[in-house]
Design a protein around this ligand. Structure first.
Ligand code: NAP
Length: 248
């Protein structure tokens, strides 16, 4: 058995973008971070190296969040680490955009499975561990489109709105065990996901953001770290928008 002294924080989809920034910020704040990813091992190693350079500690934990057997196995490994799991950030996600008339059932299933079902499965396993230590914080990375909708993103926004519902129910279910559950809803953030947008799409989006610019992964990481730690101790069941005013 490992003898870790730091509490553990699992960040799903931490090899890139928002998840990578959250992993780095949590490591700076004293957690031993478990960096989850699905295929991009080289990028996950880069995140671990950046954490080490900054004086933090982490390790890679590959599993497919949408696969129940892999999720269960991953949490069995976490349970053996010898330190309590204090933070779960359900960040891994995909978006497959398109108008409803062209929507394929397989794409709908994949989007719901990877964004929403995965978050419920991970939260269930995390809750088992956190209930024992009566201490935990579970944070969903939902999206502003789960709050306001967006043409061409029916399945993605349904998944992200589902994450908000699950957050509120879980917060009610787990608060008596001192486990807090919150959701963060990013607006448009500069990552691989938004790099897929054309310049015309990006400039149309920016015009609708009152602050006038896209956010950075660090903007999300700071809020998540606040919610995860003791400064957020009286916050549960909340949806925190980090969107430059896009949705007010
Ligand atoms: P991203 O750059 O596309 O990165 C996605 C991450 O999820 C990667 O680490 C990827 O791993 C991982 N991943 C994907 N499928 C997975 C699976 N089945 N199992 C495990 N890991 C998986 O995404 P991002 O832009 O940082 O977004 C992060 C989260 O924020 C997502 O949930 C997204 O919906 C949400 N969000 C983003 C924005 C935005 O503007 N970017 C806005 C609102 C909400 P690999 O590297 O191994 O592929």
């Amino acid at each position: 058995m490992n003898t870790l002294t730091k509490p553990l924080a699992l960040v799903t989809g931490a090899s890139r973008g928002i998840g990578a920034a959250i992993a780095q910020e949590l490591a700076l704040n004293g957690y031993h971070v478990l960096i989850n990813y699905i295929s991009n091992e080289a990028k996950a190693h880069e995140v671990a190296r950046a954490i080490e350079t900054a004086g933090g500690s982490s390790e890679l934990l590959r599993f497919d969040v949408s696969n129940e057997a892999e999720v269960t196995q991953a949490f069995e490994q976490i349970a053996k680490k010898g330190a309590p799991l204090q933070v779960l950030v359900n960040n891994a996600g995909i978006s497959e955009d398109g108008l409803i008339l062209r929507l394929k059932k397989e794409s709908l299933d994949r989007t719901l499975q990877t964004n929403l079902v995965s978050a419920v499965l991970c939260a269930k396993e995390a809750a088992k561990l956190m209930m024992k230590s009566r201490n935990g914080s579970i944070i969903q990375i939902s999206s502003v489109v789960g709050e306001m909708g967006n043409a061409g993103q029916v399945s993605y926004s349904a998944a992200k709105a589902g994450m908000i519902g699950m957050t509120k129910s879980l917060a009610r279910e787990l608060s008596s065990r001192n486990i807090r559950v919150n959701a963060v809803t990013p607006g448009y953030i500069q990552t691989d996901m938004t790099d897929a947008l054309t310049e015309t799409q990006k400039s149309a989006i920016t015009q609708n953001i009152p602050l006038g610019y896209l956010g950075t992964p660090q903007d999300i990481a700071h809020v998540v770290t606040f919610l995860a730690g003791p400064k957020g101790r009286y916050i549960t069941g909340q949806v925190i928008g980090v969107n430059g005013g896009l949705y007010i």
